[in-house]
Design a protein around this ligand. Structure first.
Ligand SMILES: [Fe+2]
Length: 250
């Protein structure tokens, strides 16, 4: 009985904690100057991309969440449903760009330096080599119709790296993958410099990929999977013990 009481309260506390929402998101600073990624990405592109596009996602996300909170208070389910696509689009835009900025680094700050350690091992094992991985990633990403993102993700169910893509601003998590490296192929990310040559943009961007950031995300994703598996294992044991105790009491 004590176990049940404690676990119920723990669950309620967790729901309260994770269920709480903040309606105020802010534009993160870039970890480098706008011109620092030149000549691969022009400073003008970076400034507009960050100050205008990413800022617009943040502003519209906050506005949508405020409207959602009002609709929820009024128990207006139709209005709540109507806001979901704006929240997905602008929330995805905020999440994706926040990852993208940190996935890149200037050449004089380790940008383009090949990965090492477990991430490099996994890339070599799954794709043959970094070069083959890039070739496959670029082929898949250049073919995205319209606007979207190319991704290297982590599939925690199979403990594998996955090359994937998402349309518009859909976050990679919507297809069950943990984002490690995202490349923005909306035209606003390259058009001022590369015009319609998306393939050239994709060919050059590897010179400024921050592989240590990608490796850090990979390590964290694997750690979280380990913790998740451990919790699931302990939870099953706990439930089994409660069931066993209940049977003895009865
Ligand atoms: Fe973008």
């Amino acid at each position: 009985m004590i176990s049940r009481f404690t676990s119920t309260n723990l669950l309620r506390g967790a729901v309260r904690y994770y269920g709480s929402t903040s309606t105020s998101y802010t534009l993160p600073d870039l970890p480098y100057d706008y011109k620092a990624l030149e000549p691969v990405i022009a400073g003008e592109i970076m400034e507009i991309h960050h100050k205008k596009h990413h800022q617009a996602y943040v502003t519209n996300l906050n506005a949508s969440l405020e409207k959602y909170a009002a609709a929820e208070s009024a128990k207006d389910v139709a209005a709540m449903i109507g806001l979901q696509s704006a929240i997905k689009f602008n929330g995805g835009g905020h999440v994706n760009h926040s990852i993208f900025w940190t996935n890149l680094a200037p050449k004089n700050a380790q940008g383009g330096v090949s990965p090492s350690g477990p991430l490099a091992d996994a890339i070599n094992q799954q794709f043959g080599s970094l070069e083959k991985f890039i070739e496959k990633f670029n082929a898949q990403t250049v073919a995205i119709q319209g606007s979207g993102w190319g991704w290297l993700g982590y599939d925690k169910a199979n403990s594998k790296l996955v090359i994937s893509s998402c349309a518009n601003q859909d976050p990679l998590s919507t297809i069950g993958l943990t984002p490690l490296l995202g490349i923005d192929v909306w035209e606003h990310a390259y058009y001022l410099q590369y015009k319609n040559a998306r393939a050239d943009y994709l060919k050059n961007i590897w010179q400024i990929v921050n592989w240590s950031n990608v490796a850090e995300r990979y390590s964290k994703a694997k750690r979280l999977k380990h913790i998740h598996d451990k919790i699931a294992f302990n939870l099953v044991n706990l439930l089994y013990s409660i069931h066993w105790m209940d049977n003895r009491i009865e």
